[in-house]
Design a protein around this ligand. Structure first.
Ligand SMILES: *Cc1c(COP(=O)(O)O)cnc(C)c1O
Length: 369
């Protein structure tokens, strides 16, 4: 079976991991945590970074510390991971969904401003599949209405927009270091910000809201969202190797692009836009709605041929967990993306041979071979 993601652990990652472990450091007290946080802040041009246990945890802390609660609305794309919406609903807030573009899968920034009400407290900008959304436009809107802007850069680690690194936009940015992200610690995440207050609050909420005056005295409800020292040691290595990871992702995309150059039955990911280069978190394709297969058909046929792939996100406004009435929503692009989109093997550890085999299988399937 060719896996959809094969992570790559660099030799230098292992060396760093050994170094900290041999010195007796494994928990969140490890100096690797501070080292990793400093490294993240420096690489992504932020004043501060706070390492946490996942990207989901980072989102939950971000919405908590900007004060989201009952009655508050947060505008976000419907085409994203469930973590984005649940981080808001768990606090009693309400996600307000925006449709997405067919070409780059990112939220339609032109639809955002008319969704702003007196209850709007924040916009969540999510960069999808490696291509940044127009967060520069969202910054202007957030400033105009004095609302918070949160950036989810889990899928654009190492990407930039007009030369400015993803992870440095808005009031707070979050990242995920799950095994398929550009920096991987197995599980993990981070909050990045220029605010000393948000940094202190993030550390407070990630660690059970221990009070500064007296140990084991608590005035708020927090989480144990601490990252382990083992993860941070791995992360330090992954951060050092980020430029190689990015170049490997470009290479994988170039192989697919070339093998698919004659194809007209599906849409390839955009290589560049006027403002950004794709950093290819994954290699996503969108089948033609007139194609005889939808994404789930193609995924299951690929699977019988030994190739793992994944469907696109399922829109948040249609998630059973939220029990919304679909009749109240007209977010058709996101529904089309969910039906016809899939992504192919593209892990840093996937070999050229695996990429070629996946591409050739897909071409055969669509040619009815
Ligand atoms: C991966 C991802 C997350 C969640 O990260 P976890 O570390 O898996 O919790 C959040 N947002 C986006 C856009 C992601 O792709």
């Amino acid at each position: 079976m060719i896996p959809v993601n094969r992570p790559h652990i660099y030799e230098s990652d292992k060396k760093l991991l050994n170094q900290y472990v041999n010195a007796g450091w494994i928990s969140s007290e490890s100096p690797s945590i501070k080292d990793f946080e400093l490294g993240l802040a420096k690489r992504f041009k932020r004043d501060f970074a706070v390492a946490v246990s996942s990207g989901t945890a980072a989102l939950e802390i971000a919405f908590k510390i900007i004060g989201i609660g009952p009655g508050d609305e947060v505008i976000m794309p419907t085409f994203t991971i469930i973590s984005c919406a649940q981080a808001v609903t768990k606090l009693g807030g309400t996600p307000v969904y925006v449709d997405s573009n067919i070409d780059d899968f990112n939220l339609k920034v032109e639809d955002v401003e008319r969704l702003i009400t007196k209850k709007t407290k924040a916009i969540l900008a999510v960069h999808i599949y490696g291509l940044p959304c127009r967060i520069d436009f969202l910054e202007k809107i957030a400033r105009k209405y004095s609302i918070f802007l949160i950036e989810d850069s889990a899928e654009t680690i190492g990407g930039d927009l007009n030369g400015q690194p993803c992870g440095s936009f808005g009031d707070i940015s979050i990242m995920s270091f799950y095994a398929n992200k550009h920096i991987s610690t197995g599980e993990g995440g981070a909050i990045l910000t220029n605010s000393e207050y948000f940094t202190q609050q993030s550390k407070y909420f990630r660690n059970l809201c221990f009070s500064a005056e007296r140990r084991f005295l608590h005035s708020d409800v927090g989480w144990n969202y601490r990252m382990t020292g083992l993860q941070a040691a791995l992360g330090l290595g992954q951060l050092e190797n980020l430029e190689y990871t990015l170049s490997r992702k470009q290479r994988i995309a170039a192989i697919y692009d070339e093998l698919f150059s004659e194809i007209d039955s599906f849409q390839l990911p955009l290589k560049t836009t006027e403002y950004a280069e794709n950093c290819y978190w994954v290699y996503p394709i969108l089948l033609d709605p007139n194609s005889r297969y939808d994404a789930i058909d193609v995924i299951s046929i690929l699977n019988t041929r030994g190739i793992e792939s994944r469907p696109f996100f399922y829109p948040l406004h249609l998630q059973p967990v939220f029990g919304l009435d679909s009749k109240n929503y007209n977010l058709q692009n996101s529904e089309r993306l969910a039906k016809y989109g899939l992504y192919l093997p593209s892990g840093v550890g996937n070999t050229d041979e695996e990429i070629i085999a996946a591409a050739e299988s897909l071409i055969d399937i669509l040619n009815g071979v």
